[in-house]
Structures are given as C-alpha cells and as structure tokens.
Design a binder for this molecule. Structure first.
Ligand SMILES: NC(=O)c1ccc[n+]([C@@H]2O[C@H](COP(=O)([O-])OP(=O)(O)OC[C@H]3O[C@@H](n4cnc5c(N)ncnc54)[C@H](O)[C@@H]3O)[C@@H](O)[C@H]2O)c1
Length: 312
C-alpha cells in the first residue's frame, strides 16, 4: 500500500476529523466543500484539532504545523479527487446527496483510487449503483470525535470487491485506527444499532416517568459506561454469569421479563419529546456549560481514558 494523497469530500464535523487524522499521519490532503468560507472555517477546526493532539502528546512537537501544511482546499470535486489514491466522502446523510457526490467522484478519480463513505446509516449497495466502478466503493464509518475515537466500521455493498474491503482495513490500521469489518451490510451497522436500542430505552424510561434524563445518564455513566472501555456486552455477561453458559441458564428468565416490558416503537412518540427536551435542558452540565465547553471537556476526558487503556 503506497498512499500519498487523499481527498476529504465534505469538510464539516466529520470531514475535518478525517483531515486531522490523514494529515497527522503525513499524507497530502485536499479538502473540498461547497464554499471557500466553509473551507476556511474547516481549516481553523483542523488546526485546533492538531494543536490539541500535539498539546496532549498524541503528536510529536512541531507536527501540528507540518500537518496543517499538508492540507490544501478546493470547492470543486473534480479538482479534489482527480490525483488521489483514496477519497473519504463526508457530505450530509441522504441517498440523493451521496449518490450525486459518488457519481462525480467516480467520474473524476483515478481508476485505482478507493472511494469510501462516512455515512452513519445508509447502505453502500444503494449508493454504488450510480458508479461505473462500484467494486472500489466502500463504507468506512468513523466515530465522533474522529481524531480521537479509534473505531471505524468497514463494510462493502453487494458490488464491492473483497480486495477493497481488505485494503481499507489495512489503510485504517496504518492510520492507528481500530477497524471493525462487518460480514454484511445492515442499516446503522453495529455501533449505531446498539446506540439506537439503548436510546429508545432511555427515552422510554423518561417518558414513563421512571427517571429524569440526568438520572438515566448517571445510571449509564456510573453503572455501565465505566466498564465500557474495557468490556462489551458479551464479555460482560460471560463475567456476570460466571461463564456464558451459566449466564444463559440463570439469567434468561429475568431478561425475558425486561424484554417483555420494553417498547418497540420505531419513531419517537410525540408525548415523549417534551419531557426529554426539558430534562436535557435541566441537566446541570447543560445549564452550566455551552455545547463547545461540553465537547472540549469530553475530549480532555477521552484522552485520559485512551492513555489509560491504550489503543490496542
Ligand atoms: N456527526 C456525527 O456524529 C457523525 C458520525 C459518524 C459519521 N457521520 C456521517 O458523516 C457524514 C457527514 O456528517 P457531518 O456530521 O460531518 O455533517 P456536517 O453537516 O457537519 O458536514 C457536511 C458537510 O458537507 C458539505 N457539503 C454539502 N454538500 C456538498 C457537496 N455537494 N460537496 C461537498 N461538500 C458538501 C456541507 O457544506 C458540510 O460542510 C454523514 O454521512 C454522517 O452520517 C456523522
């Protein structure tokens, strides 16, 4: 694998994160968006991200300046992708937009270039239908903040070549990411399906008056989240049940009672919205800090956790 140049198509929150990652690894990066004003804002964010990494010893001294020097901007997709080895698309999440952009990228990128999408729920099988080279199109779904969170979910569509998936896995590994390759596509992949299941239950607990959003978040952070960086749901039940087989034998019945009383709605009930919004606005953190301050606090704490657990 010899990657020299990459393009970030769409330079919003996620595109900025990818540009931070690529440039910090010494790659030449060209970022593209619909206006120079947005690109200038994006460059500012990328600079802040790189400075943050350097200040927290996640980049060698002087690397932030060198990395920012690796990035150029353009408002034209053709110019962005015509001389690169890899394209990471991060435009808004709807099929019309993704298909329009993928068609343009496929027309203009060199034949060897891989075209990856950051989409957080759409299927590559549908997006790649508009391309002439669907075998090089793949999904590489990052987590926010992209420059700190290691996981990237990778999956191809029906027409994606296996080599494309493998190549993307290796590329992500070379960037210091932790790739998770799915066997097949499913809306929301793994992470967002797990989050969706948890979120429905969290909303329902508030809706039914069991607890406030603040209490639900505290229960999550201190009751589940504290273990989360170390063990996932399966290792948890293996430990909790003194072995997975005993867990199934001893806990299936009590889980059955819980699942029987859980909601299965697929859109948020209108009556659940008011208590949820009010509850979130009432949270101590939300009353005391701006969104930017909460994000900055999260990033500081994330670095501490990453340093503690390592990035293996
Ligand atoms: N925000 C998240 O938490 C998150 C996490 C993982 C993946 N994603 C996915 O990443 C993608 C981008 O999300 P985001 O949060 O960065 O959105 P965003 O709105 O912050 O950024 C999207 C950017 O795309 C630009 N854009 C619009 N049309 C364009 C075009 N034709 N060509 C080039 N750029 C164009 C917009 O101007 C904007 O700057 C989505 O597919 C989203 O599902 C988001």
């Amino acid at each position: 694998m010899n990657i020299q140049r990459v393009a970030c198509v769409g330079a919003g929150l996620i595109g900025q994160g990818w540009a931070t990652v690529f440039s910090s690894r010494g790659l030449e990066v060209i970022i593209q968006d619909i206006s120079q004003e947005l690109l200038n804002e994006s460059m500012e964010r990328i600079r802040l991200n790189l400075n943050f990494l350097e200040a927290h010893n996640l980049l060698p001294k002087g690397q932030a300046d060198r990395s920012i020097g690796k990035i150029t901007t353009t408002t034209h997709i053709h110019d962005a992708v015509s001389h690169v080895d890899y394209v990471q698309e991060s435009v808004p999440d709807n099929y019309d937009m993704k298909k329009r952009v993928f068609k343009e990228m496929d027309d203009a990128a060199p034949a060897h270039a891989i075209l990856a999408s950051s989409t957080s729920g759409l299927l590559m099988t549908e997006i790649q239908k508009v391309t002439v080279q669907p075998e090089r199109c793949v999904l590489a779904h990052p987590m926010l903040p992209v420059h700190l969170m290691p996981a990237v979910e990778i999956v191809g569509g029906e027409q994606t070549a296996q080599e494309t998936v493998e190549w993307t896995r290796e590329f992500m590994t070379s960037l210091g990411k932790t790739p998770i390759v799915l066997n097949r596509e499913v809306p929301g992949y793994i992470v967002n399906r797990l989050q969706a299941a948890l979120l429905r239950e969290a909303i329902d607990l508030v809706h039914k008056g069991v607890a406030s959003p603040e209490e639900v978040d505290t229960a999550f952070c201190r009751g589940i989240g504290l273990r989360d960086p170390l063990i996932g749901p399966f290792l948890r039940i293996h430990l909790a049940g003194n072995g997975i087989e005993d867990f199934i034998k001893n806990f299936s019945q009590s889980y059955c009672y819980r699942w029987e009383t859980m909601e299965t709605w697929t859109s948020i009930p209108p009556s659940a919205i008011e208590p949820m919004v009010k509850g979130v606005r009432d949270m101590e953190m939300v009353r005391k800090k701006s969104l930017g301050e909460i994000g900055a606090w999260r990033d500081e704490m994330l670095v501490k956790i990453l340093n503690l657990i390592g990035q293996d």
